[in-house]
Design a protein around this ligand. Sequence first.
Ligand code: SF4
Length: 353
Amino acid sequence: MTAVARKQLPLRPAGPDTVDALLAWYDEERRDLPWRVAPGKRADPYRVWLSEIMLQQTTVKAVIPFYLRFLARWPTVKALAAAPLDDVLAAWAGLGYYSRARNLHKCAVAVAEGLGGKFPGTVAELQQLPGIGPYTAAAIAAIAFGEAATPVDGNIERVVARLFAVRQPLPAAKSELKRLAATLTPARRAGDFAQAMMDLGAGICTPRRPSCLVCPVQQDCAAAAHGIAASLPLRLERTERPQRVGFAFVALREDGHVLLRKRPEAGLLGGMLEVPGTAWGDLLPPAKEALRSAPLRADWWAVPGTVVHVFTHFRLELIVYPPARHLHPAPTAAHPPPPFALAHARQTPIPYL
Ligand code: SF4
């Protein structure tokens, strides 16, 4: 069959046959992931939940070693709930977005103490728990409990936009894509279907170069038929992220300890450790004024250039000031100047550095 003939195929709109084709493909070609079970089986809710929270905004490859370490150390939700929050945060270091780790622990406590260690089985109940949004609730309900729920993230939005050739741009198209995805979700094997859609989006229906020629649902795909797969989904241009700026004082001791302080519990990166610095604002304060925020007296000097960290809703640019020399011997671990603390720079989760 030539590529031209392929584009002229009489289409059947995506529907039950598409689901059957996708499930047959999943049975043979699914990714082997440590939190998965064999097709047709229901997975352990704790494992599904743990993997789904870790997978938010992180790749599968990055998550696997963290997932295995967490599971070995805390094999049940009760074990995780009993762990000190600081241990969980330290084990999470490297996965980013620390609010997820705090919510992970909060949720474990809620399930262990409020629900006898059993996750609830419906989307509505799961969404009541800390850190579980609509996508994660649908994924857990479908994969662990077999509810005909439809998790729709960016990957699945892309697959659905292409299957149905939705030309409305994102984000306005979100609710329509969710509705269309729900029309496909089968009453039987909803969890396998959700995971099949995830695998299709991750490995075949990829953002730039979808591999339509080897796609199990190609004959049902409107975008492939019209030759517009790679251009979908359409998106409204993003407005630029606002920028915030500030100074950071990085006081390292010769033994690798760094002077840190705790951020306020409420707000961005609540309760996390950070190096001391000025507030983050729209404009840089004059250096003389900024130096008043330095944690101790020293000959602070500006490292050329800036350090940039991009949060979801703003871009942070920091000028880094170290002291002219390593701090030695003061401050000591026993007597850092309050409200600061000393911790080893390489062994401590510091979220944005
Ligand atoms: S045929 Fe192409 S565009 Fe359509 S779902 Fe498959 S990979 Fe995606």
